[in-house]
Design a protein around this ligand. Structure first.
Ligand code: G6P
Length: 512
C-alpha cells in the first residue's frame, strides 16, 4: 500500500535543502548546514511555518526519505553522479553562473548539460506538484531552477507560483549568448511573480522578454501568449525588486551573548591583539573579488602604509564547488598569493594574512565579525552579499567599519559603508585606509545608520513583502471577456475615426 504524501499550503523549492547529508569514512551519515546565503536567509523565514522545502540533500544517489526538521518538512530530490556533473556543476555553475556574473570567467556550453538541466528541473516540478495543497503557494528559488515555474504550472494550474533570483540577472547582451535563452525565459514566465535583488535585474529580465521574445512590457510587467496555448490565454507576469536580508534580531542577540563576546576577545588575543584586524569572509568564488582584495592589501604592505603585527588580515574562504575547474584554479591562485604575501611580509609570530579554508558555525562567525575592525566585502559582482548585512547586524557595539563594493547588491541599501570599486586597486587601497583611520565617532555614526537600515529591512520583512507581492500579482491568465472584446473593438473604431479626423485636419492645414 502506498501512503499519500502530506500536502502543504506553502512549498519552497531550492537546489539545496537547508541541510546537507554527509557520509563519513565509516559510512555513517550526519546532517550539516548547507553553504550559501540562500539557505541562511530562507531557513529563518521557514522555521515555525507549516511548510515544505523541496531540494537536493547534497550527495549523489537515492535521496533520503522525507523528514521533518524544526517543524519544516524536508523533501529530498535525488541526483545521480552524472546529474551532479551536468546539471549542478555543469549547466548551473559553469554555464549560467558565469553568464549571470558578468562573464568574469568564460561560460561553457554543452547540449547534454542543458538536457540534464531540463530533466532535473522536471523532477523538482513533479516533487512540488505532489506535495502542494490545492491552491498552494509555490516559491521557487534561484538560477538552478529556472524551468520549474512553467513546469509546475502545466502540472498544477491551480497553484500560485513565485520565483526569486538570489544572484544578478544579466544584461540582454550577455543573456543572449545562451543557446537556450528562449526556453529559459519561457520557463520563468510560468510564474505569477518574479522577484529580483535590484531594479536593474528586473529591468534586464524585462528587456530580454522584449528583445529576444518580442513580448510587450509595461512598467514592471510583461504580457504574452504562452506557446502552444489558446491565443486568448494571454498572461501577465510582474518582475520587480525585493532585496533579501538577514535575520537581524537573531544575529544581534547572538552577538550579544557572553560566549560570543568572550570568543571575540579570545580571537583577537590569539592574533596578538592587533590594533586593526581586517577580515574577509566569502565562499571561495571568483565573483567575490578575493584576488583583487589581496592585491590591494599586499600593495599597502609594500608601501608600508600598514604592517603586522599592528595591522593584520584574516581571510576565511568557505570551500565551494570544488570540482569545477574555475574554482580549483582560483583556490590555487589565492593560496599561492597568500603564501607569497606571508613569505614577504610576515614575521615570526606575526603573519600578514591568516588564511582559513573552512566553514564555521554561526556563533563562531558572529565572534569573528565582532572581533574585526574592518570588514572587507569587495565582490566583482554579487546579487546581494549577506555577509555585509550579517556584519552590520552583529556590531551592536557600533564598532567596526564596512568596506563595500559598489558591485554588490547590498551597496544599493548600505550607502553609509566605505564604498569602493574593486577593479580600481588604488581606490580599494585608499578606501581601506579611510576605513582604518576614520575617527571613532565617524565609524559609529556610519554603523548606526547601517544597522538602522538592516534592522528595519530584515529577512522577515523581505519574505512578507515577497509573499504579498506574489499574492497580489496579476491573477489567472487574463482572458479578454466578450465585453472587453467589444470594448477593444469600440476603442479601435474610435481610434480610427480620430486618426481620420487628425489626417483631415492636417490636410486642411497644409492647404492653407
Ligand atoms: C549562492 C547561490 C545559492 C547557492 C549558494 C551556495 O548563494 O545563490 O543558490 O546555494 O551560492 O552554492 P552551492 O553551489 O554550494 O549551492
Amino acid at each position: 500500500m502506498t501512503v499519500a504524501a502530506p500536502t502543504f499550503d506553502l512549498v519552497v523549492a531550492a537546489n539545496r535543502l537547508p541541510l546537507d547529508r554527509v557520509v563519513d569514512d565509516k559510512g555513517e551519515s550526519t546532517w550539516r548546514r548547507s553553504p550559501g546565503g540562500l539557505v541562511t536567509a530562507m531557513e529563518s523565514v521557514m522555521k515555525g511555518r507549516d511548510a515544505a522545502w523541496v531540494g537536493w540533500a547534497g550527495e549523489p544517489g537515492t535521496p533520503p526519505e522525507p523528514f521533518t526538521d524544526e517543524g519544516m518538512y524536508l523533501h529530498p530530490v535525488g541526483l545521480s553522479p552524472t546529474e551532479i556533473e551536468e546539471y549542478y556543476e555543469g549547466f548551473s555553475n559553469d554555464t549560467l553562473w558565469p553568464i549571470f556574473h558578468d562573464v568574469i570567467v568564460p561560460a561553457t556550453f554543452h547540449r547534454n548539460w542543458w538536457n540534464t538541466y531540463r530533466t532535473v528541473n522536471h523532477r523538482f516540478a513533479v516533487a512540488i506538484a505532489e506535495i502542494a495543497a490545492p491552491g498552494a503557494t509555490v516559491w521557487v528559488h534561484d538560477y538552478q531552477l529556472q524551468l520549474v515555474p512553467a513546469m509546475v504550472r502545466s502540472l498544477r494550474p491551480d497553484v500560485r507560483i513565485g520565483w526569486f533570483n538570489h544572484i544578478p540577472f544579466p544584461p540582454v547582451e550577455l543573456f543572449s549568448q545562451l543557446p537556450w535563452r528562449r526556453a529559459l525565459v519561457e520557463g520563468l514566465l510560468g510564474a505569477d511573480f518574479l522577484g529580483f535583488q535590484r531594479t536593474a535585474d528586473a529591468e534586464n529580465f524585462l528587456r530580454c522578454c522584449r528583445r529576444l521574445l518580442n513580448m510587450s512590457t509595461k512598467a514592471d510587467t510583461v504580457t504574452f501568449t504562452p506557446p502552444g496555448d489558446d491565443p486568448d490565454a494571454r498572461r501577465t507576469v510582474r518582475a520587480a525588486a525585493i532585496p533579501i536580508s538577514v535575520d537581524f534580531r537573531s544575529l544581534d542577540a547572538l552577538s550579544r551573548t557572553p560566549e560570543v563576546k568572550a570568543r571575540a576577545a579570545e580571537i583577537r588575543a590569539s592574533l596578538g591583539n592587533p590594533e586593526i584586524l581586517l577580515l574577509g569572509v566569502d565562499r571561495l568564488d571568483y565573483t567575490k573579488g578575493i584576488r583583487h582584495r589581496l592585491k590591494a592589501y599586499e600593495e599597502l604592505l609594500r608601501d608600508k602604509a600598514i604592517a603586522p603585527p599592528d595591522v593584520t588580515m584574516m581571510q576565511v574562504s568557505t570551500p565551494s564547488r570544488e570540482r569545477v575547474d574555475a574554482y580549483r584554479h582560483l583556490r590555487d591562485e589565492i593560496e599561492r598569493t597568500v603564501g607569497g604575501i606571508n613569505g614577504e611580509y610576515s614575521d615570526i609570530g606575526s603573519p600578514a594574512v591568516y588564511y582559513l579554508y573552512q566553514s564555521y558555525p554561526r556563533a563562531e562567525m558572529a565572534a569573528m565579525f565582532l572581533a574585526a575592525d574592518v570588514m572587507l566585502v569587495t565582490p566583482l559582482r554579487d546579487g546581494m552579499n549577506l555577509v555585509a548585512k550579517e556584519y552590520v547586524a552583529c556590531r551592536h557595539d557600533l564598532g567596526g567599519a564596512l568596506v563595500l563594493s559598489e558591485f554588490a547588491g547590498a551597496w544599493h541599501e548600505l550607502h553609509q559603508a566605505f564604498i569602493c570599486n574593486p577593479h580600481d586597486v588604488e581606490g580599494v587601497k585608499q578606501t581601506i585606509m579611510r576605513a582604518v583611520t576614520a575617527p571613532e565617532d565617524e565609524r559609529r555614526r556610519r554603523m548606526k545608520a547601517l544597522r538602522k537600515r538592516v534592522a528595519v529591512h530584515d529577512v522577515q520583512r523581505w519574505a512578507s513583502r515577497y509573499l504579498e507581492a506574489l499574492a497580489s500579482a496579476p491573477a489567472k491568465p487574463r482572458r479578454p471577456t466578450r465585453a472587453s472584446d467589444e470594448e477593444r473593438r469600440g476603442e479601435e473604431r474610435a481610434n480610427r475615426s480620430s486618426q481620420r479626423a487628425l489626417d483631415n485636419a492636417s490636410e486642411r492645414t497644409e492647404d492653407l
